[in-house]
Design a protein around this ligand. Structure first.
Ligand code: SAH
Length: 460
């Protein structure tokens, strides 16, 4: 960035424009939006400039620029459309201590005037450092279209209401209030005029003060398997608004990046949260933050309702009388199955599918191995790495074919995703070097086309 954008305070300050033709008129139209004291110096002036002077909106000096004309000016514009005259302005105005812009001449200019979208007091400035003026115009046109015309009045009225709104606690409650004003209540009331907007602000504030007295709330959000694009829009919104994000170890860093910049991020996967006593501490942590009136996002890998110890957290919230809601996510089984081009259920093969865990808090988890050993059965096995040999033994004992396909998908949906096509007889060896989170798909092999594809990739 060679040009640093700033907004210069011009109230009561001087600006000099050298030139009396079209270029000067164009710049003056912009400058007249400000409260600056404007002086225009030139031998002759366009009629519009004369009119502005007659109306007392600016001051004219009818001669060539001389030393001292730009004295006490913050900014000066060289707008004579003549390289020599403009160069003289740069010299003279700079000597008087002003920053100088030469119209349409980036190299000679000490500052540039950006394209602006004006919803005073909301002003958007767009600059491309001269690289792409057409792009700047396009961005401006897009913004002109998206920013509602009443944004200016809404912001002006909001300014007078800031002190009243400070009755809401700093941070999330105040932010939510203003978001609702600009998104919904303000634009709706603006159609009926300024008084209606003021009344809407009063009503909105009472609503929010009442809501704030009720306290914070908790979203129990599924972060999906890792790929940020597999987040739901609801999860994305919750992350945008969260004051606190309490996440599991398995939640991908790319997803945490999406949390609001001011949010406090707490890793519940480590830092004092031991493996077995963790849940009680995590519950306490969630409750503590929500009790402060904060918007807490409890972010869990995959879907929060699948092997997520969700109920224990809900019970803690219920006991504390705190409101909560669940935002579902894409579970690892879905991502893993998708990655091998298969379907979790299939007509004439399996009309049901089991989501099972390899171990629970007591150790290896017992399942209905007999049912699972039958041909065509499909199970998505979570946390199955350590229990692989044990499960193999159980399934074989109950008559499963050693050739039953078992596909291991490590880091499903992440850039380091890896698929290992094994069978029940090779399973323990196949998981031996798997270090990332892995899902075992019992009864599913990668679709032949997928195998061909990955071979092709290897060949390339
Ligand atoms: N709630 C999560 C599961 C939590 S249990 C969900 O719905 O996906 C943790 C187990 O999930 C891990 O041991 C692993 O078996 C599986 N898992 C989670 N993310 C995974 C990923 N990206 N790839 C493969 N397995 C994953």
């Amino acid at each position: 960035m060679n040009h640093f954008p700033i907004f210069v305070a011009l109230e009561g300050r001087r600006v000099l424009v050298a030139g009396g033709g079209d270029a000067a008129v164009a710049k003056l139209r912009l400058l007249l939006k400000t409260t600056a004291h404007i002086t225009v110096v030139a031998e002759t002036f366009d009629e519009v400039i004369e009119d502005w002077a007659a109306a007392g909106r600016l001051h004219l000096i009818r001669r060539r620029q001389e030393p001292g004309d730009a004295m006490c000016c913050v900014l000066a514009y060289a707008a004579q459309e003549d390289a020599d005259l403009d160069a003289a302005t740069v010299r003279l105005a700079a000597a008087d201590g002003a920053l100088v812009n030469v119209v349409d001449n980036l190299e000679q200019s000490q500052f540039i005037t950006p394209a602006i979208v004006d919803r005073d007091p909301v002003v958007v400035a767009i600059g491309t450092e001269g690289a792409a003026p057409v792009l700047a115009r396009k961005i401006k046109a897009d913004l002109e279209e998206t920013l509602p015309a009443q944004l200016g009045p809404l912001a002006r009225i909001a300014k007078t209401f800031r002190r009243a709104a400070n009755a809401l606690p700093f941070g999330a409650p105040r932010r939510r209030f203003w978001a609702e004003y600009y998104d919904i209540a303000g634009p709706r009331a603006a159609e009926q005029g300024e008084d209606a907007v003021r009344a809407a602000l009063d009503d909105l504030l009472s609503d929010h003060l009442a809501a704030d007295a009720r306290g914070g709330h908790v979203d129990l959000v599924g972060a999906g398997p890792g790929d940020p694009e597999l987040l739901t829009l609801k999860a994305r919104k919750a992350l945008d608004a969260a004051d606190v994000v309490i996440h599991d170890r398995l939640v991908a860093p790319e997803i945490l990046e999406l949390a609001r910049r001011e949010a406090t991020i707490i890793d519940a996967g480590k830092e004092g949260f031991g493996p077995s006593t963790a849940q009680g501490d995590i519950n306490a942590c969630i409750v503590e933050h929500a009790r402060k009136g904060l918007h807490v996002v409890r972010l869990k890998a995959g879907d929060p309702t699948v092997f997520g110890r969700l109920d224990e957290e809900i019970e803690a919230l219920h006991a504390a009388g705190l409101p909560w809601s669940i935002v579902p996510g894409i579970t690892a089984a879905s991502a893993a199955t998708a990655s091998i081009g298969q379907s979790l259920t299939r007509r004439n093969r399996n009309a049901s599918v089991r989501l099972i865990t390899g171990h629970d808090m007591k150790g290896f988890a017992d399942q209905d191995w007999r049912a699972l050993a039958a041909p065509g059965e499909v199970a998505a096995i979570y946390m199955g790495k350590r229990a692989a040999r044990w499960m193999q033994g159980r399934l074989l004992m109950h008559g499963a074919a050693p050739s039953t396909p078992v596909t291991i998908v490590e880091n499903a949906s992440r850039p380091d995703q890896r698929t290992i096509a094994a069978t029940l007889s090779t399973l323990p060896e196949a998981v031996a070097d798997v270090t990332g989170p892995a899902l075992l798909l019992h009864g599913l092999a990668p679709r032949a086309a997928q195998i061909a594809l990955s071979r092709q990739e290897v060949a390339l």
